[in-house]
Design a protein around this ligand. Structure first.
Ligand SMILES: NC(=O)c1ccc[n+]([C@@H]2O[C@H](COP(=O)([O-])OP(=O)(O)OC[C@H]3O[C@@H](n4cnc5c(N)ncnc54)[C@H](O)[C@@H]3O)[C@@H](O)[C@H]2O)c1
Ligand SMILES: N[C@H](CO)Cc1c[nH]c[nH+]1
Ligand SMILES: [Zn+2]
Length: 435
């Protein structure tokens, strides 16, 4: 059986087939929802005691107090010191590039003054305290520590509080080292819905935060959805996705490996190639068959490519761009000559990688832009995680006496129209009567 589906955009049922391929069942699992709701309620009611109980039950860590679950900064620094020099240099270089990029995103306060002296504007303020969830079960991504903590620090967040489960008391040194490099302020060995609850509601030992960011498993995702409103959240990220538009000029092995790079994350990850050249699609398919057995995560890649991947023959690159906009992928590689020309036609994608040297993997680690991106077609209406997610805006209004005369009349007229007499009077009090 073929490792990956072949589709043709000219076939009659292409639109329906593509819809089915993109469909991702994000339906909530009732059992998980019940468990996460119960855990959150318990954390709200019993605070530290509940947090200790769940940490023992799910992570097999027995602590005398929640204070004992704090991972001291000296441990992160020791982790950093003990890294092989090459690994440390790579983390530091990635962090510097991510910081440089995000410096460009910082919004500033602005004001303008009208002719009558009225001043209007927008004050930009960083959030006070942010919680960063770092998964610690099956996957641990130090790169995600950098991608979440650095924009928060660039925004000026005073306290970045990291939580990560340390199952059986095993701590991931790369995660701790990344926390030290990214400027995280405190770290706790807690995870799951209970950690989300502790960050959202606070406990006797852990102070509540204002926003929780970072990926996690289904319990974490469910808990984040539930605490939204009490605190802000970044997004609920789905499985990774890559869509490649190729004109056939990139070595087929490179494209096959780019498809693998996201497929290896998860059996539900999605890797799709669009190309107008059927011979080239044959070559990529042959490369997939040849290279797959060499991959340590071959089983995951096979499941992902077989279940949700596709090599699609398109009429031309214009049609490829139209299909890409419909798919609105998390990552889009435009592996063609003159990629900028095709990028102009792209309206919906989390990140656009242009040219054959811009492999998506570089974006995951060190190009600079954030790797936390909208998935499952949400790039139609949302954006990469950025500094702006850690800043909020307050409107500034300073009405001059002259301004109060004109604005007062407009406001009073509208207030009367809405039947709100106090609003009208409040505006009218400030109008100076003419003698
Ligand atoms: N999109 C991204 O950028 C990105 C990056 C990294 C990880 N991820 C995703 O994050 C997830 C990480 O999941 P993980 O499991 O490895 O780590 P995790 O830290 O999210 O989950 C582990 C925690 O889940 C809780 N838990 C486990 N079983 C439970 C049960 N039966 N009842 C209640 N709670 C339970 C425990 O408290 C445990 O500490 C994966 O799905 C991965 O794909 C996504
Ligand atoms: N590609 C992932 C987001 O879709 C991020 C990541 C982390 N490490 C490697 N990749
Ligand atoms: Zn990745």
């Amino acid at each position: 059986m073929a490792l990956i589906k072949r589709l043709d955009s000219r076939s009659g049922d292409f639109a329906r087939t593509l819809r089915n391929l993109l469909a991702f069942d994000a339906s909530e699992d009732e059992a998980i929802e019940r468990v996460s709701a119960d855990i959150l309620k318990d954390i709200q009611q019993r605070g530290d005691d509940a947090l200790l109980d769940y940490t023992q039950r799910f992570d097999h860590v027995q602590a005398q107090s929640v204070a004992a679950l704090e991972i001291p900064k000296s441990d992160w620094l020791a982790a950093l010191e003990s890294l092989p020099a090459e690994q440390r240099a790579a983390l530091e270089s990635a962090a510097q590039r991510v910081r440089n990029y995000h410096e460009h995103q910082r919004s500033e306060t602005w004001t303008y003054t009208e002719a009558d002296g009225t001043v209007l504007g927008q004050k930009v303020t960083p959030l006070d305290r942010v919680g960063l969830y770092v998964p610690g079960g099956k996957a641990a991504y130090p790169s995600s520590v950098l991608m979440n903590a650095i924009p928060a620090k660039v925004a000026g967040v005073a306290q970045v509080v990291m939580v990560t489960p340390t199952v059986n008391n095993v701590r991931n040194p790369l995660v701790l080292a990344a926390a030290a490099i990214a400027g995280v302020d405190s770290a706790w060995a807690i995870g799951g819905a209970q950690a989300v609850g502790a960050l959202a509601y606070g406990t006797q030992t852990i102070a509540a935060v204002d926003k929780i960011v970072g990926p996690g498993n289904a319990y974490v995702a469910s808990a984040k959805r539930r605490v939204f409103g009490t605190v802000g959240i970044d997004m609920i990220a789905g499985p990774s996705e890559i869509l490649i538009i190729a004109d056939g000029t990139t070595p087929p092995d490179w494209i096959a490996m780019d498809l693998f790079s996201q497929a290896e994350h998860d059996e539900l990850a999605q890797s799709i190639l669009l190309c107008p050249d059927a011979d080239y699609l044959d070559q990529v398919e042959a490369a997939i068959e040849r290279l797959l057995p060499t991959m340590p995560r071959a089983d995951i890649i096979r499941a992902s490519l077989g279940g949700r991947g596709a090599l699609i023959l398109v009429a031309d690159l214009d049609q490829a761009c139209a299909i890409a906009n419909d798919i609105a992928p998390e990552h889009l590689e435009i592996s063609t000559e003159q990629p900028e020309l095709w990028a102009e036609k792209i309206r919906h994608a989390g990140a656009i990688f242009m040219g054959r040297f811009s492999s998506e993997a570089l974006g995951d680690y060190c190009a600079g832009p954030n790797h936390v991106l909208p998935t499952s077609r949400t790039a139609r209406f949302s954006s990469p995680l950025g500094v702006y997610d850690f800043q909020k805006r307050s409107s500034l209004i300073k009405v001059s006496q002259a301004g109060a005369q004109t604005l007062g009349r407009v406001a009073a007229t509208l207030a009367h129209g809405e039947g709100l007499q106090a609003h009208a009077a409040s505006a009218q009090y400030r109008i100076t009567p003419k003698n």
